[in-house]
Write a protein that binds this ligand. Structure first.
Ligand SMILES: [Fe+2]
Ligand SMILES: [Fe+2]
Ligand SMILES: [Fe+2]
Ligand SMILES: [Fe+2]
Length: 398
């Protein structure tokens, strides 16, 4: 499957920023700003194009395990030094099957190490990969000096911060590299520019053919992030993606379509990253207001995926999974004539899967019960009756 991998990462980093914002108060765009300054440093250093791609990918995903960490260590503050190193370990682990061009071992693991060895893993700068040091510097510049706000005042604050952190937080040569890679006038010229454009201008996307198993392994990282955000729906996305493949097989869809449906299934709830955990994790049924707020997740799925070029069909299928044939769905309120077979299919499988899953307020239902409820919904004009019949047959317990 052809994918512009970095373009995809940039779009999905929005989802990560939402979670990180919820936990640490950073602003959307954080991952991309970190990547932008890293790429500037990497170019100044003379990194190859492949290294720059890997550096940008790691920079965008430096905190990919924050949601996982959140569910592992519920209730503990991220700034709590005792547990904060965990997201580095899980973050590195999550990315181990990712199709990097170069060897990036240790880059995510050591993104919080200080030059003087006072970080989580007590590694000094000579023991940490340069990419990890770059991410550390750009991350702190953005978090501590809000460098993304671009103003003379922010620049001064960055200068002060780097001077005081020299040889303590960051190696002196890295600080010098940063100032060679971005000069004050160049920095101030970024004012009012969108980070998306800046980053893709610095490192244009390169669609490349990836074998499906690699596409799957990169998507698992994101499926995990979504599913980890809410412990009640663990593995929901992956289960849906696999069921979609099974039905696609039974329908005789071609390999390419099957794979694209899998991608849509893995990412259909990516917009949940933008929804607050109080609502996502609420143990009882949602109030009407909360339900309306929760519905935004399908819109965010649309916003996030529509940024990825070549994902037009996947975006449509994924973002329409809560549409109903009678126009009573969301986020667009589309009607039967506007919903094609694949969109209807994802909607049906999402319902079938959710009914079968256990939630704090309901048990997981067996196959026949799920189908009976769906038949009712089909009779009342909500979902596709023929697809419901097909699911009854395809997923019938042996
Ligand atoms: Fe981090
Ligand atoms: Fe960060
Ligand atoms: Fe959903
Ligand atoms: Fe879902």
């Amino acid at each position: 499957m052809k994918i512009d991998l970095n373009g995809m990462l940039y779009a999905l980093s929005y989802a990560l920023d939402c979670v990180e914002g919820e936990l640490t108060g950073i602003k959307p765009g954080h991952g991309k700003w970190v990547a932008y300054f890293c790429v500037r440093m990497g170019k100044e250093y003379g990194m190859t194009q492949e290294q720059l791609f890997d550096l940008a990918a790691c920079a965008v995903l430096h905190d990919n395990a924050l949601t996982q960490y959140l569910s592992e260590e519920r209730g503990e503050a991220v700034s709590n030094g005792r547990t904060a190193g965990k997201h580095c370990i899980f973050g590195e682990e999550n990315m181990k099957d990712f199709p990097f061009y170069t060897d990036v071992r240790g880059v995510i693991l050591y993104h919080h190490e200080n030059a003087d060895g006072s970080g989580f893993f007590k590694k000094k700068s000579e023991e940490t990969p340069l990419m990890a040091q770059m991410i550390h510097l750009a991350d702190l510049l953005d978090v501590s000096c809000r460098i993304h706000e671009v103003s003379a005042e922010r620049w001064q604050s960055a200068e002060r911060f780097l001077a005081s952190g020299r040889d303590r937080l960051f190696d002196g040569s890295l600080v010098e590299l940063f100032f060679r890679s971005v000069q004050k006038e160049q920095y101030l010229a970024l004012a009012g520019r969108q980070i998306d454009g800046l980053l893709s201008g610095e490192l244009p996307g390169k669609p490349k053919e990836y074998p499906f198993y690699q596409v799957q392994s990169m998507l698992k990282v994101f499926g995990k992030i979504v599913d980890y955000k809410s412990r009640f729906t663990r593995n929901h996305s992956e289960q849906i993606a696999e069921k979609l493949m099974r039905v696609a097989e039974a329908y005789g869809y071609g390999q390419e379509t099957k794979e694209r449906l899998y991608v849509a299934g893995m990412l259909h709830d990516i917009g949940k990253m933008a929804i607050h955990n109080d609502v996502l994790e609420k143990p009882d049924r949602l109030t009407e207001d909360e339900f309306v707020y929760m519905q935004n997740h399908a819109w965010y799925t649309y916003v996030i995926l529509s940024q990825i070029s070549g994902f037009e069909d996947i975006t449509r299928w994924a973002s329409r999974h809560h549409e109903k044939l009678n126009g009573k769905g969301y986020p667009f309120g589309l009607k039967a004539g506007q919903l094609d077979e694949k969109e209807r299919l994802l909607a049906c499988i999402d319902i079938y899967q959710a009914l079968g899953e256990e939630r704090p307020y309901k048990p997981g239902l067996p196959h026949e019960k799920c189908i009976a409820i769906m038949r009712d919904m089909a009779r009342n004009g909500f979902i596709d009756g023929k697809i419901t019949d097909d699911l009854e047959r395809i997923f019938a317990p042996m």
